[in-house]
Ligand binder design. Structure first.
Ligand code: NAY
Length: 289
């Protein structure tokens, strides 16, 4: 369960229907070309929170079929509808996913006791493992070290996807929990996570830039931080441009230029502006696709 995991993108048509063949092609790009160690399915990058339950299940099924046991699979099942989270968790567990993950419940200001109940319910009902998905910038939920202590007491909680820039908290978690998996969540900050000793990383840009991410992680693990920085600098120049052009839309446009039917983003995400195509064309050649 260590290494570089792509937060799998999902291709949609203009009506918001999943393009199954395109999804399979994206999975192949990740496994065969980017050589990722695993896939994080139905995360933010998969536009998960905008899909119906049936669509989420379709993505879980297609990813599991196409992967066919090649790389590790993590199923993000989190939802503020706890019943949906449990239903999805049972479904992914039946499909053989290696672990579940769930975003902290968001929108309403849930108490920590409520957050804990949410995780315990998903774990108890599915009897699967759980990776906490902490992304305070999008959920508004910032958990303290003591609150992580509390969640980590449950041995089924095997780790955290730490999408946060609080590297002090990351250092504290790493020191205290050598037995838990910690995944870095911001691709542009991978090097800081890697220096802190994370076990891996989960990110959207790994769908096209998995190889550089693997290098950053392994160079830090070997103690070659200076070389890792060189690659992080190149990576961040590219990520900056991608963010500027529109994150998920641009990742899809780049994949389209390799012949993958990467579709469009789900409304209300904006459609990609064709005026930006020339800039994307220039970017494509910088990736090993
Ligand atoms: C997810 O669940 O798909 C993720 O959170 C993956 C982590 C990404 N976060 C988001 C919100 O997309 O890879 C990052 C992020 O896209 C990248 O660092 C660019 O900012």
């Amino acid at each position: 369960m260590k290494g570089i995991f792509s937060a799998l993108l999902v291709p949609f048509d203009e009506n918001g229907t999943i393009k199954e063949q395109g999804l399979r092609e994206m999975i192949r790009q990740n496994i065969d070309k980017q050589k990722v160690d695993g896939l994080y399915v139905n995360g933010s990058s998969g536009e998960n929170f905008m899909m119906t339950t049936e669509q989420k299940k379709d993505v879980f099924r297609i990813a599991s079929e196409e992967n066919n046991g090649q790389v590790k699979l993590i199923a993000q099942v989190g939802s503020i509808n706890l019943h949906e989270a449990v239903d999805l968790g049972k479904y992914a567990t039946e499909l053989g996913y290696d672990s579940l993950s769930a975003v902290t419940p968001f929108y309403y200001p849930f108490s920590f006791e409520e957050i804990k109940y949410y995780y315990e319910t998903i774990i108890n009902e599915t009897n699967n493992k759980m990776i906490i998905y902490a992304i305070p910038a999008l959920t508004g939920v910032s958990m303290s070290l003591h609150q992580f202590d509390d969640l980590f007491q449950n041995e089924k909680v095997i780790g955290v996807k730490f999408t946060d820039g609080n590297f002090y908290l990351l250092e504290r978690l790493r020191k205290k929990y050598s037995n838990k998996l910690i995944y870095s969540g911001f691709d542009e900050m991978l090097i800081y996570g890697a220096i802190s000793g994370v076990d891996g990383a989960i990110g959207s840009t790994f769908n096209i830039n998995g190889k550089r991410a693997k290098q950053i992680l392994s160079l830090c693990q070997e103690g070659n931080v200076s070389k890792a920085y060189d690659i992080q600098h190149v990576t961040n120049d590219l990520i900056e441009e991608i963010l500027d052009l529109g994150l998920y839309q641009t990742l899809k446009e780049i994949l389209k230029m390799t012949g993958i039917d990467a579709g469009v983003c789900k409304e209300p995400f904006e459609a990609f502006n064709p005026d930006k195509l020339e800039k994307v064309r220039k970017l494509v050649s910088t990736f090993d696709l």
